[in-house]
Design a protein around this ligand. Structure first.
Ligand code: HEM
Length: 159
């Protein structure tokens, strides 16, 4: 066994589980609970969870993407533009990279500011709308993760 590849693979899947798993947890556990909380409790949760989630998601996203790039190129088969654009594996890898960068940017530019907007809402209606926006954005992010996961499985069979 090639240990460098195995360790890179292990770390990549670990960070990916954390990154993708956070969204699954948010969509199917956290948000349904948040929808039942009082406006005050929602505000406090948004205030406390926002900065921690931002740091954790950034670290997990960067680690997953960097390790995925190493896995495909340094210890993987994507070592020329011909392979990248001329094989199913290369193209799938490229699609996964673009999707992951898009999901990462969406998290940083859209979802994180939406969480930060919850404690800033000035009326209960405004706050309910802010919570609903976070829920929608988090579900949209989930679609991105499901597409990325599909490319991972495709690469497994194309490799
Ligand atoms: C949320 C994002 C991601 C998730 C959940 C994820 C998940 C996974 C999983 C579970 C595997 C193991 C598949 C297997 O061994 O059958 C894997 C492998 C792999 N991932 Fe990712 N990954 C993500 C992002 C990325 C990105 C952004 C890249 C690079 C652009 C990447 C490149 C790879 C490569 C090259 C493999 C090895 C595929 C093979 O040859 O079998 N991943 N990923």
């Amino acid at each position: 066994m090639d240990w460098l590849t195995a360790i890179t693979h292990w770390l990549h899947v670990l960070f990916a589980i954390f990154w993708f798993g956070s969204t699954l947890f948010t969509d199917f556990v956290l948000m349904p609970a948040v929808m039942q909380m009082s406006p005050g409790a929602q505000r406090e949760l948004g205030q406390r969870i926002g900065p921690i989630a931002e740091r954790a998601e950034t670290a997990a996203g960067v680690a997953t993407i960097v390790l995925g790039v190493i896995l495909g190129t340094v210890v993987g088969p994507v070592q020329s533009v011909t392979f990248l654009l001329g094989t199913a594996y290369g193209l799938t890898w490229l699609v996964s990279l673009v999707l992951a960068l898009a999901v990462f940017a969406f998290g940083a530019r859209v979802l994180t500011p939406a969480v930060a907007a919850i404690p800033r809402a000035t009326t209960p209606d405004e706050q309910a709308a802010a919570v609903a926006r976070v829920r929608l954005y988090s579900l949209l992010q989930l679609v991105g993760f499901l597409l990325i996961l599909t490319t991972m499985v495709l690469m497994h069979f194309e490799g």
